[in-house]
Unconditional design. Structure first.
Length: 258
């Protein structure tokens, strides 16, 4: 079993225990009635829900075993909800609010499972070239993933485009997208490598100025100020009319005034 699978299994087991504990507390509260949000039972319920929320929000499942375990968690949450439904007639508004929170958590868990399923399908799918899939579609999906903050999924899509069609018109854009994913994830060393690889793919491409500017920013983030300054000066000299060149001039001017 891989370390990733072990970590995912551990997180899901914690979530399962939190779900069961939350259901028991909800049942107890529904049977006894809650006098108000400040009651000890309400505090216990809130604590249980907070724990479950933390576990669900932090889960990142990566293989089929973890997916099955995650399905068990979802089923257990449904069972706890059904128990609460059968007893909540005797409860007050506080229990109703907690029931609503649990329903929202179940929906969130369903969303995590759906996202995992999409990642699994994309990971196990044959390469784009082998299936005849248009690399433009792969690129467009990766660009959408990047825009919506699904950086790891976007990274995989951009890499697929570069790997399967290095001579395609979109190859340099996809390589730039790889750099954008790493930069967004604050992996600035990998981002610098990715941006530097844009020009070799398309020396006359329109992404070269942008890649040079973002390469300089990545170098700055790593504390490589001399390298960053050299990259910016190279950008201004080679592409004086590019919009990125103006940004580079401003950045160089700011650095000189420090």
């Amino acid at each position: 079993m891989s370390r990733r699978t072990h970590l995912a299994g551990t997180a899901i087991r914690r979530a399962r225990r939190a779900a069961a504990a939350t259901g028991i507390l909800l049942l107890a509260a529904a049977g006894g009635g809650l006098p108000g949000c400040a009651a000890p039972q309400a505090m216990l319920l809130k604590s249980g829900l907070d724990s479950l929320r933390t576990e669900v929000a932090g889960m990142r499942v990566r293989d089929s075993l973890a997916y099955v375990m995650l399905g068990d968690v979802q089923r257990e949450m449904r069972e706890q909800r059904d128990i609460l439904l059968s007893t909540r007639a005797a409860s007050g508004s506080t229990t109703q609010e907690l029931f609503d929170q649990m329903s929202r958590l179940e929906a969130r868990l369903g969303e995590v499972m759906g996202r995992f399923q999409r990642v699994t399908e994309r990971t196990t799918a044959p390469p784009a070239a082998a299936t005849g899939v248009d690399v433009t579609q792969v690129y467009d999906q990766a660009a959408q993933d990047l825009t919506q903050g699904r950086y790891e999924m976007a990274l995989q899509g951009f890499r697929d485009v570069v790997r399967q069609a290095p001579g395609a018109e979109l190859a340099d854009n996809a390589q730039y997208g790889v750099g954008e994913c790493f930069f967004a994830m604050a992996q600035f060393d990998s981002a610098a490598i990715a941006y530097a690889a844009v020009e070799p793919l398309a020396p006359e491409g329109d992404k070269v100025p942008s890649a040079l500017f973002k390469l300089a920013l990545s170098q700055e983030k790593q504390g490589r100020d001399a390298d960053a300054r050299q990259t910016l000066e190279d950008l201004v000299q080679r592409f004086p009319n590019a919009g990125e060149a103006q940004l580079a001039r401003e950045r160089l001017g700011t650095a000189r005034r420090r």
